[in-house]
Design a protein around this ligand. Sequence first.
Ligand SMILES: [Zn+2]
Ligand SMILES: [Zn+2]
Length: 244
Amino acid sequence: MIKMDFDPHTHSTFSDGKNTLEENILAGVGKGLKKIALTDHAYLHMAYGVSMRRLDEYLKEAYELKKAYNRDIEVLVGMEFNLLDTEGNIDIPLGYADEFELKLIGVHKLTKYSNFKSIVYMMGYQLFDKIRYSRKVLDINTKSYIAAIENNDIDIVAHPSNIARVDFKALAETCERTNTLLEINARHPDLRKGDVEKVLETKANFILGSDSHRAESIGECGYGSRFIEENSIPLNRVVNAFDA
Ligand SMILES: [Zn+2]
Ligand SMILES: [Zn+2]
């Protein structure tokens, strides 16, 4: 049974999670994790983002908990940022780039995109995917991801291919070059076999993430462990996975 020893993707009551940062950390300790990242949604997620008003409070509390629990578990203070446009902008507020120890990026439905063109392109694929394959939209999405990774020193691409489909070969080549990991997300079973094959052709690696919104699912792989087995992904290509 495949498990993770580091959960890099968790949400608390600061965004749309049901438990506090501390309850999540304690759940991680209880599950025997070595490491946990706190990664609430960034502020331009219109429904759930940590508002600019609460961002300092989030960082203060997260760093205090990191210190308080450092004998039990390694805590990384992070955030799940939103892709905003094709130029690679994400919603890290000015002056805050160095405040985060782990940076995830993702495409989300309720993001306040930079401009109308980005809404059309980045949402477009999802809306029209069932009707007509659009290479142009795929290329725009891919360009957005690559620019965001290159401009912002990103650690993990969260749930790649959920909402916005991408060219996995180009994305994986960028991840290899920039040492960015591709998430196998426990809650979004959107990766396809062909995507995995393209990633495995490069030296880019995967990481399991629970994307937990409740303390009890911290450290849980969800469909991820089955996905790894079904797609014959070597465990040495998933940085936080081990066979228990
Ligand atoms: Zn997400
Ligand atoms: Zn998330």
